[in-house]
Design a protein. Structure first.
Ligand code: FE2
Ligand code: FE2
Length: 291
């Protein structure tokens, strides 16, 4: 049975704010601009998603989300079942931008397989990287599931979309414990010690660790930080990074090359591809998982 979640669009709004990269000869289109436009409901919706996110995402809020989700008591499913479940979340109000999630998953995986035929773990990361969006089935609003992520507990990164204005009603903006350059961190504490905004990246990372996935460390980093644009694209948070974080960044950037939403790349034959990817699931993240 198809479950429908009204007005939940699980295409990352972050993707709508960037030029579409060239793929299969498709030309790069113009940047969507960030200006408000009452005549463009899509733009208004993306803006609202980020304003809601930036207003609500505080240190306390993230800790509460972690307390809720890191019990891993929401459902039990194999990785394949979770991917199929995610595919049933569709937004029928937006036919122009929607690609079934499973298509995006297989396109990402297959693009990686083309260029990295020997790195099967990397291909599987491509397939599963967005499956954390299943949180949308359990009452999480879009702004708590998708979109760019950022670090909490210190001054907002200058390259976060919509900037300081979008954080004006966030309690942490006015809290001296959190609103300074270092906030609650020591200088050069390292990427992995940053408290990240709650979303599908952090959740899936935690699910994989909790269920003892056999991925290399690099793979887990790709999952955890793929939406951390203010860091990997904007260059923010340098004063909090430590040696080795640059290597993580290179891995994330390598992954992000393949994470594109595009209808121009052709629709993969999902049924024909499943047996191969099931064998990878069996190798790296087998069995019934706790979510
Ligand atoms: Fe994602
Ligand atoms: Fe994605």
């Amino acid at each position: 049975m198809k479950m429908k979640v009204e007005s939940v669009n699980l295409t990352d709004p972050s993707l709508l704010l960037r030029p579409e990269p060239v793929y299969d000869g498709k030309p790069v289109s113009a940047f969507r601009n960030f200006d408000d436009d009452e005549n463009d409901p899509m733009k208004a919706r993306v803006r609202k998603t980020y304003y809601d996110m930036h207003t609500n995402m505080s240190v306390d809020f993230v800790k509460a989300k972690m307390a809720k989700w890191l019990k891993f008591n929401h459902f039990k499913a194999t990785m394949k079942e979770a991917l199929i479940k995610l595919n049933d979340l569709v937004d029928e109000s937006d036919p122009d931008i929607d690609l079934p999630n499973i298509v995006h998953a297989f396109q990402t995986a297959e693009r990686i397989r083309d260029e990295h035929p020997d790195e099967d773990w990397f291909q599987l990361i491509g397939l599963i990287h967005d499956v954390g969006k299943v949180m949308a089935f359990y009452g999480e609003p879009q702004w708590c599931v998708v979109g760019d992520t950022f670090a909490l507990g210190c001054k907002w990164g200058p390259s976060i979309v919509y900037g300081d204005d979008s954080f004006r009603d966030n309690p942490d903006t006015h809290n001296p414990k959190y609103n300074t350059k270092y906030g609650m961190y020591e200088p050069n504490c390292g990427l992995e010690n940053l408290l990240m905004s709650w979303g599908h990246d952090e959740y899936l990372y935690r699910v994989l660790v909790h269920n003892k996935a056999k991925f290399p460390k690099k793979a887990l980093h790709m999952i955890r930080y793929h939406s951390f644009y203010p860091w990997h694209a904007g260059g923010d948070y340098q004063h909090l990074l430590k040696e080795g974080d640059e290597e993580i960044k290179q891995a994330v950037l390598e992954f992000n090359k393949y994470d594109l939403y595009t209808k121009s790349a052709g629709i993969p034959d999902v049924e024909a591809l499943w047996p191969y990817y099931e064998s990878l699931i069996e190798k790296y993240i087998p069995g019934v998982l706790e979510w």
